[in-house]
Design a protein around this ligand. Sequence first.
Ligand code: COA
Length: 188
Amino acid sequence: MIVENTTKEIISILKKSKLSTDMKSLEVSEWIVLEDKDNEIIGAAGIGGMFHTSSININKKFRGKGLGSKIQKRLVEEARNRGYSFVTVFVDPRNTSSTKMHDGLGYRTIFRIHYSDSVIQDVKIIIFNSKGKIIRGILSMFNTKIGILFLGCFLKIFRNLFREIFAYDEDVIPIPNVKNIFQKFEKV
Ligand SMILES: CC(C)(COP(=O)(O)OP(=O)(O)OC[C@H]1O[C@@H](n2cnc3c(N)ncnc32)[C@H](O)[C@@H]1OP(=O)(O)O)[C@@H](O)C(=O)NCCC(=O)NCCS
């Protein structure tokens, strides 16, 4: 397993392995954990943005063998060693393996957002120190109906900054549906 800054060479490895085809956010991460086997890249997890947001993708052939947990564990250890106070992740609650993997490693859900009709995201955090606790406390404000309304409006206005704020760079960033976000609010 290697940990590297996400240089042009790393981006070309990600493209070649197709791991970033459906997880483009890996390419805008600041650094990345890569696992290979017999010269084949089988999985990668990256981190970036103001909220130290992580993303992970395991080659389909190798899923369900504990590799996602292994790579994500390494990413969390590395973040702690680099002095980060916390790491966040966005997980679709219908994505059972991702939910189990992140929760199993100590991530906790702070709020859920029904971003649009089809996009639902649990925002999870793992904290390492008291600054992390403060961030968790601030983000917990979105676990209220008024908080999620505020967040919905914010996301609508600043959608173009997702790359910088959340290291989120998928081809289509869906437009947040503020009415949906408010009406479908679920406390977690
Ligand atoms: C999510 C993902 C990273 C998990 O990696 P993985 O190597 O397949 O998962 P692991 O084998 O380490 O298993 C992690 C947990 O999920 C469970 N799991 C794995 N596959 C599962 C499946 N198909 N259905 C239900 N649970 C599953 C495992 O039992 C394990 O749970 P446990 O820790 O309670 O035992 C991987 O499936 C993936 O790349 N998915 C596509 C991209 C994605 O969804 N990324 C996450 C977005 S944030």
